[in-house]
Design a protein around this ligand. Sequence first.
Ligand code: AMP
Ligand code: MG
Length: 487
Amino acid sequence: MSDVARSTIAFEGRFARELPELAIAWRAEEAPDPQLLVLNQPLAVELGFDPDFLRSAEGVRLLIGNAMPEEATPVAQGYAGHQFGWYSPRLGDGRALLLGEIAGADGKLRDIHLKGSGRTPFARNGDGQAAIGPMMREYIVSESMHALNIPTTRSLAVVATGRQVQRESLLPGAVLTRVASSHLRVGSFQYARASDDMDLLRRLADHAIERHHPSAGDEANRYLALLKRVISVQAKLVAQWMLVGFVHGVMNTDNMTVSGETIDYGPCAFMEGFDPGAVYSSIDEMGRYAYRSQPVVAEWNLARFAESIAALIHEDEEQAVHLAVEALNGFRKEYSATWFSGMKAKLGMPEEIDDDVASPLVDDLLQLVQETRADYTLFFRSLGKAARGEPEPARRQILDLAAFDAWLERWRALSPDAEAMDRINPIYIPRNHLVEEALAAATEGDTGPTKRLLAAVCDPFRERPGLETYAEPAPESFGSYRTFCGT
Ligand code: AMP
Ligand code: MG
């Protein structure tokens, strides 16, 4: 590829053009001393970028929106949202920008988006900045989720800006370059609905259908079909979070996509000891977004989505509500089916096994794991060894051995497939103490720990010698974990 070609990947401005009411043209703040901290080489290639170009001074400036191709039309996106249940009519990208969409090798459009790129008209009291730590956390956890085959926004790069950011102390600032199949959120629809501009709402829904759920466009009631598709992708997504023990931490409606990708890694964490009530966010005092609450919250958020587009679903309000409620009733069914099928897979059982056999097996096991607060990830991984006739690693983690041995006998009688289990039960997840260690080092200028952690979690199912510490739970000295939303 020539120098010119590789620096001029076409940035489309589709969102900006089709939905100008939701877009404010804006530019990223100039970084005094941009330094590339991490670059996602495989993702860069997938998007058609030359990684060597992105590493060059000019490429780094492109990654943070300081050097844009002429045709690009970067915008701050408007959206509303329920935050911890409270409605904010105007949130929007306070410190973020959509640079534009680019067509990947697969022809699909993907948003190139910045976080930490300076104040926008949506900034309210915020400073528009982001610190290295939280941007690295998003990079690490989102790439780990992707490697776990869970739909998510991706991270292309983190660039230090050379600017200091005031948090509890002064911290080095950074910009995250995020890639997503779009940044359309439930909150985008709430914002459009609140504007009372039905043409805007319809254009937004059509845009979402075309980009994410094109088959909905073929149905007689395309907006009802859109609602059903969004319910379905979110039910599947949250079930997958639950299966790997992921706690999102801030499931506000502005942090829920219509594409079905996980978005906005703030105070998130992977659960270690199995505890359905686990909460990690320091600002979630009521435990609204606790591990076990996630499906119910997702359903609640989807009801807000349904309300936003109800007027498109049927002109008669009563009919619209009836249809929307019926669609929302599908959530539980789809969530449970995905979760249960995932649990069977985690236990190496065939999909067609009888529910009457599988269901008590799953329930009884989770009961035992919960009683002992066994490490969720490590425990399921060690069950693979038990399936191979080596039960000790799993047994060591459970207190009620008589009950567990009886369980093992019932389960092993079904000939669980150990190979299949190892392909679905990860050994390496971004454990909180390792993430914190990596972020602290990156903040001090050493990205080594981040890169080593990434190497482990981006290949999460294949056990490798030398990576033992990445598979172990936090030492007791790490204490009870909280993440802070002061991102
Ligand atoms: P989040 O909690 O990251 O989903 O953000 C919620 C809202 O707060 C969004 O509208 C963000 O753009 C905005 N926001 C968060 N941090 C900042 C900041 N430092 N400066 C400006 N806006 C911010
Ligand atoms: Mg957000």
